[in-house]
Design a protein around this ligand. Structure first.
Ligand code: URA
Length: 185
């Protein structure tokens, strides 16, 4: 990891800015190529992520890996994967506004340092945060946006595809094809 990203990870590793630090096992800063052209942003660590200190290593992550490979043709190590909040919300509850606000500078600095060409936001939390909107993911997805010089493509969180079956899955696949085309542009 380049020095600045390492320094940021070290800072996040000791973070006590919100109450989530009290119940975490590990800070889940993010993983992948520091110069990745493609970045994925989820919501927050679940139980397995909290245990391992790595993002998307549970059921949602397995589906995400499969979709990235099948639709974009790359493995996760070629991408960078991060979350809106870096510590697990207890019992996987939604992150609260003050937790999101406390953690936001880490995500913004990650994006600035990695400078991805394409950002795929997974689900409501990351999509609404980066697009600065209250509009939900069902309405947001299906097109691309601009975010700080990058192409931002919102899609469903993989857990929605795990819960919701064929339709969200098909839509995620088409959003990832959009990301592949944006990477090639
Ligand atoms: N869900 C997320 O949003 N992020 C993870 O890292 C794992 C599951």
């Amino acid at each position: 990891m380049p020095d600045e990203l390492l320094a940021l990870a070290a800072e996040a590793g000791e973070c006590t800015h919100c109450s989530l630090h009290q119940s975490r096992t590990h800070v889940v800063f993010g993983m992948g190529a520091p110069n990745a052209e493609l970045m994925f942003i989820g919501e927050g660590p679940g139980a397995e992520e909290d245990k391992q200190g790595l993002p998307f290593v549970g059921r949602s992550g397995k589906l995400l890996d499969k979709l990235i490979l099948e639709e974009i043709g790359v493995t996760r190590d070629r991408c960078y994967i991060a979350n809106v909040v870096k510590c697990r919300p207890p019992r996987n509850r939604d992150p609260k506004p003050d937790e999101i606000a406390s953690c936001r500078p880490y995500l913004e600095q990650q994006i600035e340092l990695i400078r991805p060409h394409v950002i795929v936001t997974l689900g409501n939390f990351s999509s609404k945060l980066l697009l600065d909107t209250d509009t939900g993911i069902t309405k947001l997805r299906g097109r691309s946006y601009e975010y700080g010089g990058a192409v931002l493509i919102p899609t469903f969180h993989p857990s929605a595809a795990l819960r919701g079956g064929a339709e969200p899955l098909a839509k995620m696949r088409s959003d990832l094809v959009r990301a592949k085309l944006a990477l090639a542009a």
